[in-house]
Design a protein around this ligand. Sequence first.
Ligand code: ZN
Ligand code: ZN
Ligand code: FE
Length: 756
Amino acid sequence: MSQAVRIVILGVVQGVGFRPFVYRLARASGITGFVLNAGGGVEIHAEGSEASLKAFIEGLRTRHPPAAKISGLDCLPVFPRGYREFSIHKSEHQGQPTTGISPDLAVCDECLKELFDPRDRRYHYPYINCVNCGPRFSIIEGLPYDRPRTTMKAWAWCRDCERQYHDQQDRRFHAQPIACPECGPHYYLQQGDEKIHGDEAAIQEAARLMREGKIIALKGVGGYHLACDARNPEAVRALRERKYRKEKPFAVMVEKLESARELIELSLESESLLTSPARPIVLAKAKESLPGVAPENTDLGVMVSYTPLHYLLFHYGAPEVLVMTSANRSSEPIAFSDQEALASLSGIADAFLIGERPIARRVEDSVVQQSAFSTAFVRRSRGFAPAVAAKLPAKRPILAVGADLKNTVTLVVDGQAFLSQYLGDLEHLSSYQAFQETITDFLQMYRLKPEELIVAHDSHPEYRSTVHALSLAVNTRFAVQHHRSHVAAVLAEHGLFEKRVIGVAFDGTGYGDDGAIWGGEFFVGSLEEGFARVGHLRYSALPGGDAAARFPVQAAAGFLFQLEELPDLSEAPFNFPRRYFQAREMLQRKVRTFSTSSVGRLFDTVAALLGFTREVSYEGQAAIWLEQLARRAANAQPYVYQGAGLELDFRPVLKAIVLDRIMDRDPAAIAHAFHVWLASAINDIVRRLGAYAGVDTVCLSGGVFQNTLLLATTRRLLEDCGVEVLTPRMVPPNDGGISLGQACLACFVPLEQSAG
Ligand code: ZN
Ligand code: ZN
Ligand code: FE
């Protein structure tokens, strides 16, 4: 007897070859009916014997395409309608979409084989892709995911492509972005007023120019990159000068894993990440030094080619190791429209390799950091966004707008938290525009009206993200304190909504309940009950407030102001510049000074004492410098933390460091001893709190924990004492994770409280 079920599948199931997979599986299991992309995911009507239906459903769960992620599968018995065969129906348009959008995927092995097969129709075609690979998020203009709602809509298929799209046996069956040299977009090279047309000629010339030491702007998946020969110090120096990027490390790209292995020391986990469809940049210990690429840094960021264009460039003889950095001036967001690229990069790039396929939105490369324990996100973007980062118990749709630095936004629909791509620092106009566009984009795609939303934002009244949240026409708003969001993000991704924990949030800056600049905070609580601040780094005065983040000696002035006696810091070995003494004067006269408990500024202070007395040229540089320095000294005799209460007192360690400096102790040993001191301070306070509150789990979050030496040492000390340690895995510990934490805390706010 034939039975029938209606199956609804949620998750990342559109644009990843899901419908063709269902089709083939149905055929193989003797199932009739149909499948379609509905706004809410994939919907199947299946008819067959009980046994074949069971096998079919089992197959759906276990044998789906690798890029698909099923977050829910519901079966409802319905009346059989007597279908004779199984087919794929047109997309449905009604209803509110809740489906996940697939992230962009690297070119697959089968397409690569065709790319270099002279008998193939798409031989050397830079836009080759199939149902298992290619762009997704970066070309989608609306849901459900179908060609007319992508940036490929301008190209009509030739007869062959159309046949493949409709051929259920073909790998390109229902693959929306497919094209071929006959009917699809092409690349051309633009140098001044001259253009070279033809994919082969253009790409070949770009490769040749890079061999000559030239800088090329090339259009990729989520924006333009600037590329040049990483082993040519002249080219690298020119790129730094033209881009106004003094010292911030560049990432490099190589053709394949084997070459990456020669550049950095890779763990097995990193190797599989490096070659995964997401193809992030992996930061790991460098084996080869590339002058100027990552100055004063022992780590190097490496990625492997991920588009057909990249493979073709290497094939046509581009240098083996390419600097591959987001195309922008200084720290602005990546340029993604041709116009924007041509206008803003004309003084930087010697030539432009321009692809005709438009990019719907900017998506920067993702970055993961490899450490002794595991890998952690530094930036979660291309290849991951906008996949679901957590499942939350949300009663209504939630929009969380994140923080102003390393901004991301999170949209929660049907309990699924979609975390946006990295949008950068909102002080840049173009980042702020991208932020606004992403919000509009998300709401449009999921057909949400602002009035149905809960909007969560940072409690900083002057954040641009806050001001924007307040300008939205919504009924329900909720302010979340920055460091509580850091802790909440960790619990959100682990799905621990009731668990009581100790939250340790260390970072550079965040607006505190008392208006001070927080950044060294200890909390006790849970997502459900909220978090009480129970301890923190001892307050220090910060002359100039957040602006002090640019000058480590300025932060040092504040922290050292609390020591009773100090040597003359204008002399060796300190050689503090004038700015330090000016800042000290500000403190004495109490002008423009702010209270802070920022551990980030404590790192700056120690870096200044050990020789980093200049201005930083990118955010967090002094702390990274200090970690690098510490890595050179293993087993240094640590400073002993002698705390008593719940205030982390920095005075004894600073005093010891000043003395050690005068006594000529090795700066690397001092840096290392400081790291161990901080880890034992955390351990001490956590254990004190744990005994008092009866809690034995701790969450470590905030940008300071990107420091893998500090994180590993802290984790070891805590775990040795039987404390369970949770760290962010799905989101970065830095402010890129804030929006997820905000969204999660907004799930637990009583609605009458949040009206704003
Ligand atoms: Zn493919
Ligand atoms: Zn074609
Ligand atoms: Fe933060």
